[in-house]
Write a protein that binds this ligand. Sequence first.
Ligand SMILES: Cc1ncc(COP(=O)(O)O)c(C=O)c1O
Length: 393
Amino acid sequence: MTIAKKIEEVMSRSSWIRKMFETGARLKAEHGAENVFDFSLGNPNVPPPEDFYRVLRETVATEPPGAHAYMPNTGYPQVCEAIAGYMSTEQQVTLSGQEIIMTCGAAGALNAILKAVLDPGDEVLTPVPCFVEYGFYAGNHGGVLKTAETNPDFSLNLEALAAAVTAKTKVVLINSPNNPTGQIYSAESLKALGALLQEKSAQLGRTLYLVSDEPYRKIVYDGAVVPSIFGCYENSLIATSYSKDLSIPGERLGFIAVNPAAEFKTSLLGGMALANRILGYVNAPALMQRVVSRLQGISVDIALYARKRQLLCEGLEAAGYDFIKPPGAFYLFPKSPVPDDVEFVKALQEELILAVPGSGFMGPGYFRLAFCVDDDTIVNAMPAFKKVMAKFK
Ligand SMILES: Cc1ncc(COP(=O)(O)O)c(C=O)c1O
């Protein structure tokens, strides 16, 4: 049996992720899952809010006609309207339901966007470190992922982005709050990015899209605010989901919001609706659309993540680790004490700590800790974190 060369190549590029999974599973089998400190996965571990369960039960108890039938590829019109209402307040720009497309998670949203806008060889430019799947998503649709460095605190580096825009750039893809760094891009830097894209679009005679991947928007700390991109650049889109803020990633529910001021909005929306269909999603899950439309603005208890972040930051600081305190998301991205982050992650594994090397996020020299874990895991891992650091100091 043979499979496509492209998929074989993708499999080999992502094989270290699989190896990490396998190592983690082996360590858990050998030592007992409770003795392994697993910080490797961004799988939310706080429960969905009570309101989610209440609305889910109420929704299941009602059976409007056609509750399980096909629907418009963009989703139920009344759900899109409810989301547009909430987004209008969030983004400070009035949106209508027409500008919302319900998708299978943020991943489905990104794939529908890229499918609709990329021609073969077009470039998707992203600041790094970045979410590990971006390269695969661009490749799914004939695109190529290009990267630009961020500043040492992982904020946007406008000069690096400007230098990386080419005649083939079609999309600039940002993610704030960021996975893996937790950084939030400031309003000033987003305004400057908008101005840069305006200038480059005019220079190149080509529409450049700004896509903001925002599934962590509601997971922020110390009063941090995630600025709106719609006010910064007209040809902008938001891809997001309820995976992280309602703790329901398995339900695959997200959406695309298009800036009402976008040029060619009608063909863009039509293209993405078609993409949603022909990628095989057809439409986002029906029951969950009905549920989330009644949960606008609701999220998990962020104080639970704030506590985990505090425990992890205090513990690692005392152990001599170097990192920025993440203003959002549930990841910490500390510096590896040696340049080879894979070597350091292996040393952590020897002490039964599972982390992901920064190289996997195009951020070599760092490693990622997902702190969506039990408080006890964080507290109990500290002696091991100290021991490993002591080996390298
Ligand atoms: C930055 C980022 N974008 C997109 C996704 C995909 O989210 P979803 O599960 O909603 O498809 C993730 C998931 O971890 C993520 O971290």
